[in-house]
Design a protein around this ligand. Sequence first.
Ligand code: ADP
Length: 322
Amino acid sequence: MSVQTLNPPAPSAAPARSRGAAVELRNVSHWYGNVVAVNDVSFSLGPGITGLLGPNGAGKSTLLHMLAGFLAPSAGEVLVDGRPAWKNPEMYRSLGLVPEREAVYPYLTAYEFALMNARLHRLPDPEAAAERAIDIVDLRAAMHRKIGGYSKGMRQRAKIAGALVHEPRIVLLDEPFNGMDPAQRMQMMELLRGLAEQGKTILISTHILEELHHLANNVLVVVAGRLAASGHFREIRRLMTDRPHTFTLRSSDDRRLAAALMANASVQGVELGAQEITVRTAERVGFAQYLPRAAREAGITLYEVRPTDESLESVFSYLVKR
Ligand code: ADP
């Protein structure tokens, strides 16, 4: 499998403060027993927002945990500011991880949670640091209420406050939009853009490409532990939508319909089964327009038209096979 480097990453909206990459992975692998979770991945990141896209189980959390210094790479090097992330306590000063799981204590208030993190970092003025982080995530009005009573979006922001309390330059967020409604999403996007404008290096993992729209110019796609593609959001989207599509059809006369479809230039293959036809086309929109017209002209009634390969895994595995 080859990595598809598409367009060079678009210039970030954020000022490039650091010279060289803030974060770099060199041929990094990680295995849990027999499970290879990350397989020979290399990339580097600078200021601005980068998306880490892949289906569940692709290795995104494992990558983030290695970057955050919580997991050692089984092979290769994970570098933060040019130094290994593993067993490097200094690194915790420049990096904040917002994990996916709800580890935020429900019996604490957001302020207490941020304060606890500020004390763990041994900041000189933890109270002021906690308040500053609360303000960044816009939770001041609710900061003395218990997190257990918060909405999903507010809990997510409380987690971010905890990760920002020491003003890290690098922020890693694991599926930050999970379970959020559209208004909460918008608020989160604004928050992340604000952080990017301050020159922070931000990596956001997600299994939904559209979550990165208007947010991350640069997207890394991981599939089955490997870096399958990387490039500008638009290029990755084009790659994922331009792939061949498969439809399953049932009609009043499958044999004649199959013959009619083979005459269409966008059709790459037709398979006639006992109960249905399977069609592969390079061009979904064109095919969807052609199909009813061709059936009508041939006097055939369409009973069913069903896309057969719309699962997330099939979209990603297409990227890998290219
Ligand atoms: P993602 O974040 O993309 O969903 P993960 O990094 O959580 O992917 O998982 C990658 C692979 O590693 C999966 O096959 C998962 O089942 C496996 N895995 C993750 N954590 C562990 C663990 N602690 N022990 C064993 N296997 C694990």
